[in-house]
Design a protein around this ligand. Structure first.
Ligand code: ZN
Length: 383
C-alpha cells in the first residue's frame, strides 16, 4: 500500500469535511481488470493497487465508476462480450461480499440514496465498445446489467470508432454502426464516453448525440502537445457547447509534457529492446524494471492536475470539469499527493488553496457529472 511519507500539502479539517460530506464521483477506476489480473478482496485493506474500502472511506470516495475494461486485442471476438460479463460479475461479487459497504448504482437517484445510507456506490462504465459486437441487443443487455457509459473505442479502431492511439484511421471517425450506436445509446440512457477516440470520432459523436457526452478519463493537450489521447482547446470548447464534462485523468503521463515525453521515449526504447533482445528473452523480461531504475518517471504533482482543472474553467467555465483518476489503470505513474483513493482531500485542499468556493468544489467532485448523467436519464425516459 502506498504510504505518503511527505505530503507537500497540509490538509485542513475543512477539506476533509468537504470530502466526507459530499458525493464524490470518480468516473474511471480500473478495479475489475485489476481483479482479473490478480484477484484480491477490495472490501478489506489491500497491499497493492490504488483502491480498497478503507482507503476509499478515508478519502471520502463514495461513487467510483468501475471500469469494465476490454483490451483491444479482443476487439473482433465474442470473447470481448464474455469478458465484459465476467468483469461485471466481479463487481457484483464485491457487493455480494460486503452489502453493508457497497451497492451497484444504476441511476443518479440510487447514487444519492446510497450516499445517504453511507454506502459506496459502484456504478459501471464500459471501456471499449467492442463487447457490443455490432448487435444493439447487447447494448440493452449491458444496460440491464448496469452499464451507464461506454467508451466507444480503446487503443485501436474497433467496429465502432477510430482510436487516438491508432494512426490507421480506418473509419475517419465513427463507423456506420458507430453512428447508429451513438443515437441508440441516447435512447437507452447510456452516456457516450469520448475518451480514447480520435478527434474526428469525437466531433462526429457530438454532432449525433442529442445529450451531453463525457470524457471519462482524459486530460488536456495544451499541457501535452501532440498527445491526441488528451483533448485540445477547440474540443473543450465544443464539449462545453454540448453541455458535457471532462473528467481529468491523474496519470503523470497525461498531465505533464515531461512525463508524456518520458513515456513516448520509454515505448520507443522498449520496442527497440524487444527487437534487439527478442521478446521472450530473459534480458527483455527484466527490461522494464531495469529501465525504471535507470530512467525514473518524472512524476507529476497535485499542482499539475490542478492546472488542468483551472485551464478548463478558464476556457468554458466551472460547469464542465470533474475527476476521472484512472486509479488502478495507470500503474506506478500517479502524481505525488494523488497516489490512491485516500487522496481526494489533498485535491480538495489544492482547490481551496487556489480560491475555489465550496459550491464550485462540489461541482467538480460530482455535481457536473451528475447533471450530465441526469440529462441523459431524462432524454432516455422520453424516447
Ligand atoms: Zn483508459
Amino acid at each position: 500500500m502506498y504510504v505518503s511519507s511527505v505530503l507537500a500539502i497540509t490538509v485542513t479539517d475543512k477539506a476533509n469535511k468537504l470530502a466526507q460530506e459530499n458525493i464524490i464521483i470518480d468516473s474511471h477506476i480500473d478495479v475489475p481488470y485489476r481483479l482479473e489480473e490478480k484477484w484480491v478482496d477490495v472490501t478489506k485493506a489491500t497491499e497493492d493497487g490504488d483502491f480498497d474500502y478503507p482507503r476509499a472511506k478515508q478519502g471520502g470516495l463514495n461513487a467510483p465508476f468501475m471500469s469494465i475494461y476490454i483490451p483491444a486485442s479482443l476487439d473482433n471476438s465474442a470473447n470481448s462480450t464474455k469478458l465484459a460479463d465476467k468483469l461485471i460479475d466481479y463487481v457484483e461479487a464485491i457487493v455480494g461480499r460486503a452489502p453493508d459497504k457497497f451497492a451497484i448504482a444504476n441511476s443518479t437517484t440510487e447514487v444519492e440514496q446510497q450516499f445517504a445510507k453511507g454506502l459506496i456506490s459502484l456504478p459501471l462504465g464500459m471501456e471499449n465498445g467492442s463487447p457490443i459486437q455490432g448487435d444493439l441487443a447487447n447494448l440493452q443487455h449491458f444496460y440491464e446489467r448496469g452499464i451507464r457509459y461506454i467508451t466507444l473505442a480503446h487503443s485501436q479502431a474497433n467496429h465502432i470508432a477510430d482510436s487516438s492511439y491508432d494512426l490507421r484511421r480506418k473509419w475517419k471517425g465513427l463507423s456506420p454502426f458507430g453512428k447508429e450506436l451513438v443515437a441508440e445509446m441516447n435512447k437507452v440512457g447510456v452516456l457516450i464516453d469520448i475518451s480514447h477516440v480520435s478527434d474526428a470520432a469525437f466531433y462526429q459523436a457530438l454532432e449525433i448525440s442529442k445529450t451531453p457526452v463525457i470524457a471519462s478519463h482524459s486530460s488536456l493537450r495544451a499541457f501535452t502537445p501532440g498527445f491526441e489521447r488528451n483533448m485540445d482547446d477547440d474540443m473543450i470548447k465544443a464539449l462545453g457547447k454540448n453541455g458535457g464534462v471532462i473528467q481529468i485523468n491523474f496519470g503523470s503521463t497525461f498531465v505533464t509534457k515531461r512525463a508524456n515525453v518520458w513515456s513516448k521515449k520509454r515505448s520507443a526504447d522498449q520496442k527497440k529492446a524487444a527487437e534487439e533482445l527478442g521478446k521472450d528473452s530473459d534480458e527483455f523480461k527484466s527490461f522494464s524494471t531495469k529501465y525504471a531504475e535507470e530512467n525514473p518517471l518524472p512524476y507529476a504533482t497535485l499542482d499539475s492536475v490542478l492546472d488542468h482543472i483551472d485551464h478548463v474553467v478558464k476556457l468554458i467555465g466551472i460547469d464542465h470539469v470533474g475527476i476521472g483518476s484512472d486509479f488502478d489503470g495507470v500503474g506506478d505513474s500517479l502524481p505525488t499527493d494523488l497516489k490512491d483513493v485516500s487522496a481526494y482531500p489533498n485535491l480538495i485542499q489544492g482547490l481551496l488553496n487556489r480560491g475555489y468556493s465550496d459550491a464550485h468544489i462540489i461541482q467538480i467532485l460530482s455535481g457536473n457529472f451528475m447533471r450530465v448523467w441526469k440529462a441523459n436519464e431524462d432524454y432516455a425516459a422520453k424516447h
